[in-house]
Design a protein. Structure first.
Length: 380
């Protein structure tokens, strides 16, 4: 195997390949990158079993002298290509044991792994795709993935549920303490589906398409979903099981509606939560800060916290609008509210309450298809 290629082209493709490399693996062979050079193209594949990535490089800078195939140590190879400054690199496989990497006056030699030990990765058949614009997909991920569970006790909740019905794509994420829901119209004649995608896979695909603005094609099998964009195949396993019905979590009506400037509310919550006592969620290692919201008779809102060991904090906010003659006092996680608020791009948001012990919903008139729900904390 011998070829030369533009260093920047190779690095761009390796950045996508790195998404599939495991940090640790019970199968050492998976820490490698599968490289296959044909007479026309360069194929590179990585996989951590849950997530597999393949790039097909046919750039004009690719000059193939001799085809071949091997498994190269992934992280070391990527680090080398990142550090070299030459415009072109030359890769040569020596006796199926050593990969020589030449870059100007530098040369690196990496011990390769046995090609036959690499597991066969079956990518989904590229038929009957569903197309979605990359910015739309990035937005869906940004607005939902933070609400997925980090606990493996309920594996289905570690993913985002995607359901297509009547040309409406509904994405839902919940960790049982909060819920994120966004609805996006999809143009095209597609069959309905209901799948749940692991949060880690969505994080990686979001990074890969960060600067990509065109459409992606989605392909399905019984247990896998493949994203295709540019020259990249990005395949993730789907989570087993039925996603729970979350429709009953949202109260049927909200007699108390308080509208805020989003940034003013966000900054006030972050300031007050500096002194809030830390609590730990059941079955989770993540701590969070408890704050209280009080709608007063004078139609102002007070955000407060009490910490017996450190001190107290409170801040008054003047809402931009109130639709209620009632008052309410409710406690909740400041982190949950901060993350929910950041999912909105609009300047104004509305907090909708039914009662102090029922979930409340954050919404925005400018983003009617986005809904964030938070369960309150019982207060003394």
């Amino acid at each position: 195997m011998n070829f030369t290629i533009d260093r920047d082209v190779l690095l761009e493709n390796l950045n996508n390949i790195s998404r599939g490399l495991p940090q640790k693996s019970p199968m050492p062979i998976l820490t490698g990158i599968k490289m296959e050079v044909t007479k026309d193209d360069l194929y590179m594949t990585s996989s951590n079993i849950d997530l597999s990535v393949q790039v097909i490089v046919s750039d004009k800078s690719l000059v193939i002298t001799e085809p071949g195939k091997t498994i190269i140590p992934g992280r070391f190879f990527i680090d080398i290509i990142r550090k070299v400054s030459s415009k072109v690199v030359t890769l040569t496989l020596i006796e199926d044991k050593i990969l020589s990497i030449k870059a100007d006056r530098a040369e690196y030699k990496l011990h390769v792994m046995d090609y036959i030990d690499y597991p066969n990765i079956d990518f989904v058949c590229l038929e009957n795709p569903i197309s979605i614009e990359a910015p739309v997909l990035k937005n869906i991920i940004r607005q939902t993935v933070f609400a997925t569970s980090q606990s493996e006790k309920k594996p289905i909740l570690t993913g985002v549920n995607l359901k297509l019905h009547e040309n409406k794509l509904t994405a839902i994420a919940t960790d049982s303490y909060r819920l994120s829901k966004v609805i996006v119209p999809i143009n095209g004649d597609y069959n309905d589906f209901n799948i749940t995608i692991p949060n880690k896979s969505l994080d990686e695909i979001s990074k890969s398409i960060d600067t990509y603005e065109d459409c992606l094609d989605l392909y399905f099998s019984n247990n896998s979903l493949l994203f295709k964009f540019k020259n990249v195949l990005f395949q993730t396993r789907l989570l087993d099981g039925t996603y729970p019905d979350t429709s009953r979590l949202i109260p049927p009506s909200f007699p108390i509606n308080i509208k805020f400037n989003k940034e003013e509310l966000l900054e006030a919550v972050e300031r007050v939560s500096l002194l809030s006592p830390r609590d730990k969620e059941k079955d989770r290692e993540i701590t969070y800060s408890i704050i209280k919201l009080l709608l007063k008779n004078d139609q102002s809102v007070e955000i407060s916290t009490e910490n017996a060991q450190i001190g107290d904090a409170k801040e008054e906010i003047i809402p931009t609008g109130i639709n209620s003659s009632e008052t309410i006092r409710i406690g909740f996680s400041s982190r949950y509210l901060v993350e929910a608020l950041r999912s909105f791009t609009s300047q104004e948001v509305t907090l909708n309450f039914s009662e102090a012990i029922r979930p409340f919903v954050i919404s925005s008139e400018a983003e009617p298809n986005l809904c964030q729900l938070i369960l309150p904390v019982r207060m003394d």
